[in-house]
Design a protein around this ligand. Structure first.
Ligand code: XMP
Length: 331
C-alpha cells in the first residue's frame, strides 16, 4: 500500500543518493505550492546545499516577494536569494501590448536573471563545496502528461513558460541535470506532501498564479501605475474572499485591469477612470472551468471597497464566462 509518508522518505533517500555528498542544487521558487513543496523537500534532503532563487519580476502580487521570503527563509529555513528585477522587467514591458509578446519577454528576461544569479551562487560557495550540478523543477504529473499529449494546435493557445523554457537552457546549455521529485504526483498529493513537510495550510492551499503574473492581468500595456492599481484591487478581492471563508472553495481568483476608461461620479465630480474585472473560477483540471457563483451582496461589497479604496478605478465588473469559451486568465 502506497502512503505519502513512504513516498517522502523514499524520495528524500533517492535525492540524497542522486546528488551525492557535495553537489549543490539550484531551483527557482515563485511562492506557489509546487515550487515551495519541491524546495522544502530538497531542504529536508540536502539542507544548505540547496539554493533557491526568487526572481522579482515586478509583476508579482502585493507584498508577495516579502511574504515568499518570510515563508521560505523564515518558516522553512531555506537558503534563498532574491533577485530584484522590477526595474528591468517594467522598462522592458513598456509599449508591449500583445499577450504572447508579454509572456515571451517575461520568460526570456526571467531566464537571464536566473542564470546571472546562478553564476553568483557558484562563485560564492565555500571552497570545499561541490559544484552546482542539479536543477530542481517542481513539475507535476499533469504537466508531464500535458507536454506529451499537446502536440496539436492547443499547445500554442498560450505558452506557459513554467513548463518548458527554463530547463532546456539550464540543462542542455549549462550541463545541469534536471531533478523533478514531484513528477509522479497530482496537485492534491503535492498539497499532502507539503503538509507532511510542515508547510502551513494557507500556503499549501494557495491558488495557482501565472509566471507572467499581473502582466497578463492588465489588458494591453503594462505600466507601473496600472500594476499598482491591479495589485491593490486584487489584494482587496482576495482578502475579502478569505474573510468570507470562500478561498478553499475557489480554484483561482484575481482582479484584472481593463485600461479602457469609464465615466463615473465620485463626490460631486465626474471622473473618467479604469475598470476592474473580477474573475473567480471553480475547476478540477484547469482545462474547463465555471465562474464561481458569489452571492450578489459579496460582489457588491467588493465593488464598493475597490472603488472607494483604489485611486483610479470607478467601475468593477464580474466576469461570468465559462472556460471554454473563455480562458481562466483574460490574456
Ligand atoms: P488559461 O488562462 O489558459 O489558464 O485558462 C489555465 C491555467 O494556467 C495558468 N496560466 C499560466 N501559468 N504562465 C503560467 O505559469 C502563463 O503564461 C500562464 N497562462 C495561464 C492560469 O493561471 C491557469 O491556472
Amino acid at each position: 500500500e502506497w502512503s505519502m509518508e513512504d513516498f517522502m522518505v523514499q524520495e528524500i533517500a533517492r535525492i540524497r543518493s542522486l546528488v551525492g555528498e557535495k553537489d549543490q542544487v539550484l531551483g527557482a521558487v515563485s511562492g506557489g505550492v509546487d515550487s515551495t513543496v519541491a524546495a522544502a523537500l530538497m531542504k529536508e534532503a540536502i539542507g544548505d546545499r540547496f539554493h533557491a532563487v526568487l526572481v522579482d519580476n515586478g509583476v508579482m502580487r502585493l507584498n508577495e516577494c516579502a511574504i515568499v521570503k518570510e515563508t521560505l527563509e523564515g518558516h522553512l529555513g531555506i537558503n534563498l536569494t532574491v533577485a530584484n528585477g522590477t526595474e528591468q522587467f517594467l522598462s522592458g514591458l513598456k509599449g508591449v501590448t500583445e499577450p504572447e509578446a508579454k509572456r515571451k519577454f517575461i520568460g526570456g528576461k526571467f531566464i537571464d536573471m536566473f542564470e546571472a544569479e546562478a553564476e553568483k551562487i557558484e562563485v560564492g560557495a565555500a571552497k570545499d563545496a561541490g559544484k552546482v550540478k542539479w536543477f530542481l523543477q517542481g513539475t507535476l504529473y499533469p504537466d508531464v502528461i500535458e507536454s506529451i499529449s499537446f502536440k496539436g494546435p492547443s499547445a500554442t493557445i498560450k505558452t506557459h513558460h513554467n513548463v518548458g523554457g527554463l530547463p532546456k537552457r539550464m540543462t542542455e546549455g549549462q550541463g545541469l541535470k534536471l531533478i523533478e521529485p514531484l513528477r509522479e504526483l497530482f496537485k492534491d498529493e503535492v498539497r499532502d506532501l507539503g503538509r507532511k513537510l510542515g508547510i502551513n495550510h494557507e500556503l499549501v492551499m494557495r491558488h495557482p498564479f501565472p509566471g507572467p503574473g499581473i502582466a497578463i492581468r492588465i489588458l494591453g500595456e503594462v505600466t507601473p501605475e496600472r500594476v499598482e492599481i491591479a495589485r491593490k484591487a486584487d489584494h482587496i478581492f482576495i482578502s475579502m474572499i478569505r474573510e468570507a471563508g470562500l478561498y478553499d472553495q475557489i480554484s483561482q481568483a484575481f482582479a484584472a485591469l481593463d485600461p479602457s476608461k469609464a465615466v463615473g461620479v465620485m463626490g460631486d465630480k465626474r471622473v473618467y477612470q479604469y475598470i476592474i474585472i473580477l474573475r473567480a473560477v471553480q475547476t478540477t483540471d484547469f482545462m474547463t472551468a465555471k465562474a464561481f457563483p458569489f452571492p450578489f451582496d459579496f460582489l457588491d461589497q467588493v465593488s464598493t471597497r475597490i472603488v472607494n479604496e483604489v485611486d483610479g478605478v470607478c467601475r468593477v465588473v464580474y466576469d461570468c464566462t465559462s472556460k471554454p469559451p473563455g480562458t481562466i486568465e483574460l490574456e
